[in-house]
Design a protein around this ligand. Sequence first.
Ligand code: 6GU
Length: 224
Amino acid sequence: MRIDIISCVPRLLDSYFDHSILKRAKEAGHAQVIIHDLRDYSENKHRQVDDYAFGGGAGMVLGIEPIAKCIRHLQSFRIYDEILYMTPDGDVFDQRTANRLSMTKNLIILCGHYKGIDERVREHFITKEVSIGDYVLSGGELPAAVVSDAIIRLIPGVLNDETSALTDSFQDNLLAPPVYTRPAEFEGLKVPEILLSGHEKKINDWRLEQSIKRTQERRPDLLK
Ligand code: 6GU
């Protein structure tokens, strides 16, 4: 899988994909993330990519020209399954969307900034608008990293233990059960006995029961 991220502040994304699971995914050839500086596609001698909003009002708007040029440049090399635009007024990203996008081959993610982007980009280039939740961030870079991370870790072979994505919170609309590691007792605080029993069936039953209980207590909306 290949993800091309377009940003006017590409340095914000510089090192995120060079660590841990995402680094391994890259090294094993499962996923490639390529960051593009929107300013490289500006025709302006100052490399400007934004301008005042028609009709007035505060805030600069990213213009259609550099964005169109960058997207068309990328599209001249390969077909893209989706062109995502990160924006707080998009569809709220969830595990179901992550699952679907993890099965695609090529994605473009456009990061918004300032007061937004020219509406014509959204109408004519973007195939899906994505928000990561009901709060406002200064730009789409962190959201693009969030969405890429959620997608890449689902690609078969990326996770060490192939089953571990299956036991994530949300994967089956249940929160993950509690986990423990050594020592089995710390200052009188004990790990649940069942987990030390070696009885696989009983342990799995306990974990499912804990998942359901936790979901009922914390996120009853997931069970509806
Ligand atoms: Cl995708 N972008 C921005 N700027 N803020 C957000 C967001 C996206 N999702 C939640 N807040």
